[in-house]
Design a protein around this ligand. Structure first.
Ligand code: ADP
Ligand code: MG
Length: 370
C-alpha cells in the first residue's frame, strides 16, 4: 500500500435533518486514482464539494499530506475540480478558459501564459490556445476542463461524473484519455461516477457509497468477488438473489420454496466475515444467497441438486450470453451459458457451476440499524 496522501476521517454532513454523509472514512495514496461509485442521491457530489471546501462538514477531519485542512476555505485547499457540466466559458478561447483559475490568483500575465502553454500539452491540446470552445468537440472540451483544473498545480484532483455530458460513443475513448492523462501527471485523484463499468475501468480502488455510507472500498476484483454486503453484490455486476435457510454446517442453504412446488435443494455458499454486513448469521436463520451468472450452469436433469425452471429471457452480450430462468419453486436466476444453450420458453435445469464463484450468503434482512 502506498503512503496515504489524502485522509478522510469520520466525515459527517447534514443538511438540516437530512444526514447525507455518515461516518465516512477513506484513505487515498499519493498518485492513486480512487473512484467513488454510488447510485444517484447517495451523496457523491456532496462529498466532493465538502472536500473542495464548498460545503462545510458537520463533523470529521480531513488531511492532505498530514496537514489538517477541514477549517481552510476552498481557495486555500488547492484542490482541482472537474465538474459534470464543463462549466467552460463558451465565449472565451481555450487558452483564456485555462488561464481563468490562474488569473484569479493575480499571477503576472507572462507567468499565466507560460503555465497555459505547459498544461495544454498535458491534455493533448498543444496549439489549441486560440480556439473557441464551440469550435472543439465535447471530448476536447472535457480536456480543456481538466487543463483548467490542473493549471494551478492542485494537490488533489476531484472529478464529478466527468463523462456524463458526452454521448456514449465518445465516453469510452474519453475515459481512456483522461485516465492516461491523470496517470501521466501523477496527481492523486478522486473520480465520481454512478456507472460500475466506468468505475472498474478508471479506479485503482473503488469506494462504493450507499445512502451516505461507504459499503466497501477495494479493488474491482474484491468488490466483484468478495462483496462485503448484499448491496455491493447486487450493485456491482449481475447477481441473482434466492432466499433460504442456513443449514447446520453454516455454509449450505436450503433454498426456500416460494410457490410450493418442485424439489427444495441445498446449495453451498460462502459467508463473509460477520462484520462484513454487521450481522452474525447462524444456522436456522433465513438468509439470502447471492449468485453470479457464471456461478450457475445448465444441467441435464435433476442430478446434482439442480432446480428446474423455464427460460424467460435471453440476452446476448457478445462475449457471453445470459439467460433469465424463472424457477418452478419461485424466484428467478441469471445463468451464463453458451450462445445456443436454450431459447425463451425452454424447460431447463439449473445447478451450481463446478468452476464458478460460490454464491455469497448474507442475512436476509439487510436493513441497517443506525
Ligand atoms: P449524488 O451526487 O450521489 O447524486 P448528492 O450529493 O447530490 O448525491 O445528494 C445527496 C443527497 O443530499 C440528496 O438527497 C440531495 O437531495 C441532498 N442534498 C444535496 N445538496 C443539498 C443541499 N444543498 N441542501 C439540501 N439537501 C441537499
Ligand atoms: Mg452528483
Amino acid at each position: 500500500m502506498m503512503s496515504t496522501f489524502l485522509s478522510l476521517n469520520h466525515l459527517h454532513k447534514r443538511f438540516g435533518e437530512l444526514s447525507v454523509l455518515k461516518d465516512l472514512c477513506l484513505e487515498i495514496g499519493e498518485g492513486e486514482i480512487v473512484v467513488l461509485l454510488g447510485p444517484s442521491g447517495s451523496g457523491k457530489t456532496t462529498l466532493l464539494r465538502s472536500l473542495a471546501g464548498f460545503e462545510t462538514l458537520t463533523a470529521g477531519s480531513l488531511q492532505v499530506a498530514g496537514e489538517e485542512i477541514s477549517a481552510l476555505p476552498a481557495n486555500r485547499r488547492n484542490f482541482g475540480m472537474v465538474f459534470q457540466h464543463y462549466a467552460l466559458f463558451p465565449h472565451l478561447t481555450v487558452g483564456q478558459n485555462v488561464a481563468f483559475g490562474l488569473e484569479a490568483r493575480n499571477l503576472p500575465k507572462a507567468e499565466v501564459a507560460a503555465r497555459v502553454g505547459e498544461v495544454l500539452p498535458l491534455v493533448d491540446l498543444a496549439g489549441f490556445e486560440e480556439r473557441r470552445i464551440h469550435q472543439i468537440s465535447g471530448g476536447q472540451q472535457q480536456r480543456v476542463a481538466l487543463a483548467r483544473a490542473l493549471a494551478p498545480e492542485p494537490r488533489v484532483l476531484l472529478l464529478d461524473e466527468p463523462l456524463s455530458n458526452l454521448d456514449p460513443a465518445l465516453r469510452k475513448k474519453t475515459r481512456r484519455q483522461l485516465k492516461k492523462l491523470i496517470r501521466n501527471v501523477g496527481i492523486t485523484a478522486l473520480w465520481v461516477t454512478h456507472e460500475q463499468e466506468e468505475a472498474f475501468y478508471i479506479g485503482d480502488r473503488v469506494a462504493l457509497l450507499n445512502e451516505g455510507r461507504l459499503e466497501q472500498v477495494g479493488t474491482p476484483e474484491q468488490l466483484y468477488l468478495e462483496p462485503a454486503s448484499r448491496f455491493v453484490a447486487e450493485f456491482v455486476g449481475r447477481a441473482s438473489a434466492l432466499s433460504g435457510v442456513l443449514q447446520t454446517d453454516a455454509k449450505t442453504v436450503e433454498i426456500e420454496k416460494v410457490r410450493g412446488y418442485g424439489q427444495p435443494v441445498a446449495w453451498m455458499g460462502r459467508q463473509g466475515s460477520p462484520d462484513d454486513s454487521g450481522k452474525v448469521i447462524e444456522p436456522g436463520d433465513r438468509v439470502a444467497l447471492i449468485i453470479r451468472p457464471e456461478g450457475l450452469a445448465f444441467a441435464d436433469g435433476s442430478e446434482g441438486d439442480a432446480l428446474n425452471g423455464e427460460i424467460a429471457e435471453r440476452q446476448f452480450a457478445g462475449e457471453a450470453t445470459f439467460y433469465r430462468v424463472e424457477l418452478a419453486i419461485g424466484g428467478e436466476v441469471w445463468v451464463r451459458g453458451g450462445e445456443d444453450a436454450g431459447r425463451v420458453g425452454d424447460h431447463v435445469w439449473v445447478r451450481l457451476a463446478s468452476q464458478g464463484p460460490l454464491p455469497r450468503i448474507y442475512a436476509a434482512d439487510q436493513d441497517r440499524v443506525e
